[in-house]
Design a binder for this molecule. Structure first.
Ligand code: HEC
Length: 138
């Protein structure tokens, strides 16, 4: 008799928890992009590459990226050698975990530290997921 009363609210509660968890991930990525990591300074608030005129310029339009999730994570962690795209993994290039290269191999082409702050792996993944959900192909 009471089975329905007990299970339906349970299912609803579980569903609510799930949807609020993923909404939280996206808003976490959103905050990282716009505030903590300040990606928008170069990539623009809408990710279209039109950042602050004082930024070092020519940042990619993230709506048009053809990178998959793993490649996005790699670029965010490692930056892009020879460009203004900084590395957000604090330890990038200390060993050879970025494109198989160490900082010494790259010399002046080694990506810079970010002007904002390095990110933890979990944060890099959240910002990659935010880019996929919000910008890519849109
Ligand atoms: C100082 C400016 C600057 C900042 C800050 C910056 N980027 Fe970039 N980013 C660039 C530039 C410039 C490029 C283009 C590099 C090139 O020409 O290959 C780029 C490229 C990228 C790419 C590769 C896109 C593609 O399709 O090749 C991704 C992804 C990316 N940035 C994400 C981010 C994220 C996420 C953040 C914040 C965590 C961030 N960037 C912060 C300047 C910046």
């Amino acid at each position: 008799m009471n089975i329905c009363k007990l299970t339906i609210p349970g299912v609803v509660a579980a569903a609510l928890q799930l949807s609020s968890a993923s909404a939280q991930d996206v808003s976490f990525g959103n905050r990282l992009f716009h505030e903590k990591a300040d990606c928008q300074f170069c990539h623009g608030p809408d990710g279209d590459g039109r950042g602050d005129p004082r930024s070092p310029g020519r940042a990619a339009n993230l709506h048009e990226t053809t990178l998959n999730r793993d490649q996005l994570i790699e670029v965010i962690a490692c930056g892009r050698p020879g460009t203004e795209m900084p590395h957000f993994d604090k330890y990038a290039y200390e060993d050879s975990n970025c494109y198989g290269l160490g900082g010494k191999d790259l010399g002046n082409d080694a990506p810079h530290d970010p002007h904002s702050t390095p990110l933890m792996r979990r944060e890099i993944e959240a910002v990659a997921d935010y880019i996929i959900k919000t910008f890519v192909g849109k």
